[in-house]
Design a protein. Structure first.
Length: 80
């Protein structure tokens, strides 16, 4: 069901009217706010709050060689 939009009164400015509309970024529980919350959740997921992520970001080459070495050892163990 689509909400009906009210017409602006002659006495109040159009911008004030737009702030109270259902899909306005200033009104509550809009698509804008829901997407903003989604972005904030994704950003907090990818932040460097984990020690492992911080170490990988500080020295990516070292982390890559360690991962390659572990993969090589696992591959050797799987062949037997």
């Amino acid at each position: 069901m689509k909400p009906e939009l009210s017409k602006p009164a002659d006495t109040r400015p159009v911008l004030d009217h737009a702030a109270n509309e259902p899909e306005s970024p200033k009104s509550r529980n809009t698509r804008y706010e829901r997407e903003r919350a989604r972005i904030d959740r994704a950003r907090s997921y990818f932040e460097d709050t984990d020690a492992v992520n911080a170490a990988i970001r500080e020295e990516p080459a070292k982390a890559m060689f360690i991962a390659a070495g572990i993969g090589f050892v696992l591959a050797l163990l799987m062949r037997r």
